[in-house]
Ligand binder design. Sequence first.
Ligand SMILES: [Ca+2]
Ligand SMILES: [Ca+2]
Length: 182
Amino acid sequence: MKILSAFLLMMLLFATIGCDQTTTTPEDIDPGYLVINEFLASNDTTNSDEYGEFDDWVELFNGKATAIDIGGMYISDAVADLTPWKIPTNDPTSTTIAAGSFLILWCDKEPEQGTLHVDIKLSNEGESIILWESDATTLVDSLNFGPIDAGISMGRLLDGGNTWGTFLIPTPGSTNEISSQL
Ligand SMILES: [Ca+2]
Ligand SMILES: [Ca+2]
């Protein structure tokens, strides 16, 4: 009887997961984490910034139950960068990510265009993205990626989850579109 109950429970669990693939489940998220959730390393036509420029971007996702202000954190495209870019601290309205929400950082090396324009660019030949806490030492999240075609984004299949994929339809600032996975 116990075995049967366990079997039914397993079946119910699989059925639940199977029906709900586009929703991030608690098991997929480490609640302590702010993560790099998606990025577009070569942006030709997907989306443009406030200046009409189709620049590269990194999407962050706050999987915590509380808002996070990323002002003061550091970002770079190289692990050994001795002068990573400090995200400005004077514009918390722009740099605060609500619980369960997303934020786009434009990787255009044009910080004069606004708080969320960082002094790095991404290469679609492959490189790294690293985000540090405001002590410039504690790692928030990082990844390495290889060559990727223009207009194709890479991201977590479930927002905040551990498994990465490539997406035909990038989703800057919103839930990753698992149905467009390549
Ligand atoms: Ca720009
Ligand atoms: Ca997204």
